[in-house]
Design a binder for this molecule. Structure first.
Ligand code: NAI
Ligand code: MG
Length: 347
């Protein structure tokens, strides 16, 4: 049997880094089932060309043909454009990819990384303020804007389960629940209590007894992340806090070009470098491909192909540690292709 991988480079440097990840996957040979790649389109350029950002064929192929996918990056405009909505946000919803998982690991302090960072942010991916229910009205003293924040027991329990499972699989087995329930006692309160209750669910029956649980308010969590990142192992958070925390955590290890993620649901997984389309370096051939290669590793690991995933991670870590072949975001002078070849050499 083969492993059918949908490739959605989308916009900007996505078109440069996703092909690099593809090469790295191919180089794994028999450590994974024979990969079969399916090229798919989505994104801002696709929207300007066709009027749709996420074509129906792309969605169908992901649902019907693909076992997993890799997504590059989209160039979403900051202004409102009629008819456009970000395809990555739609994909997360339509494929029910309710968890966004982002490991942040330091492997080389000399490239601007804080020593001993080894944490994973598990972010709820479908609700909170990102349900995008916003309203503008005219008030007594001018305009008033309101947004609805949705937290459900159902989604909090699912993300909690994923976070406990992950924490339980790691050596330190430590989970920190991020919230602000001292202020938002109803919404964040529900998130906190639901996640806390996961180990006592009947279906769990003691499985997570070895996991230690801590809590941290989101603001002081950011503070502690910068002061003493080593205290964190797995962090679980509602959507907005998780979004901010995971970018903050990325800053600890030097470059956005290093940080992978997966969007995971019960039936599908999609790897995605956390960076955007980087218009400032687009088409220059110098985008860092390591975040995408690590995203491929994370996707394979989630699917249970541990050996292939480990090989990719070890190869990437060696290239970073040696520090000889790095792109300019890591103060190197190499190109995307040269970094890819360095990784292939280590494989
Ligand atoms: P960005 O991540 O594209 O770039 C921020 C900075 O990091 C830039 O200086 C860029 O050159 C650098 N950078 C990012 N990835 C890099 C890589 N692999 N190698 C070397 N340098 C890298 O974020 P920005 O500038 O805020 O957004 C640009 C566009 O990307 C926007 O249209 C935004 O909407 C979109 N975006 C898309 C995301 C996605 O597809 N999930 C996530 C974030 C932004
Ligand atoms: Mg973000």
């Amino acid at each position: 049997t083969s492993l059918k991988i949908g490739l959605i480079p989308a916009d900007g440097i996505g078109k440069e880094v996703i092909p690099a990840a593809k090469e790295a996957i191919i180089a794994l040979g028999s450590d994974i089932p024979k990969p079969e790649f399916i090229d798919l389109v989505a994104g801002w350029e696709c929207f300007t060309r066709t009027g749709v950002a996420l074509p129906e064929e792309t969605l169908e192929s992901l649902k019907e043909e693909c076992d997993c996918a890799l997504f590059g990056s989209v160039s979403s405009p900051s202004r409102k454009v009629v008819g456009y909505s970000s395809p990555i946000v739609s994909l997360r919803k339509k494929l029910d990819l309710y968890a966004n998982i982002r490991p942040v690991v330091s492997v080389a302090p000399e490239v601007g990384q804080k020593p001993s960072v080894d944490l994973v942010v598990v972010r709820e991916n479908t609700e909170c303020l990102y349900v995008k229910q916003e309203k503008l009205t005219d008030g007594k003293h001018g305009k008033e804007a309101r947004a609805t924040r949705v937290i459900t027991e159902h989604a909090s329990r699912k993300i909690g389960l994923m976070a406990f499972e992950l924490a339980n699989s790691r050596p330190r087995k430590h989970l920190t629940i991020i919230h602000k329930s001292n202020v938002l006692s109803i919404t964040d309160g529900l998130f906190r209590e639901t996640v806390r209750a996961v180990p006592s669910l009947p279906s769990i029956s003691g499985k997570y007894d070895g996991v230690t649980i801590a809590e941290q308010l989101v603001d002081s969590a950011v503070y502690r992340l910068f002061r003493e990142p080593e205290i964190f192992d797995v962090m679980v958070a509602p959507n907005l806090y998780g979004d901010i925390l995971s970018d903050a955590a990325a800053a600890l290890v030097g470059s956005l070009g290093l940080i992978p993620s997966i969007n995971a649901g019960d039936k599908f997984v999609m790897g995605e470098p956390v960076h955007g389309s980087a218009p400032d370096i687009e088409s220059k051939g110098i985008a860092n491909p390591l975040a995408s290669i690590r995203s491929a590793a994370l996707m394979l690991r989630h699917l249970g192909y541990t050996k292939g995933a480990d090989r990719l991670d070890v190869a990437v870590d060696r290239v970073i540690r040696e520090g000889k072949v790095l792109t300019p975001d890591l103060k190197g002078t190499s190109t995307t292709k040269e970094v890819l070849h360095a990784v292939l050499g280590k494989l």
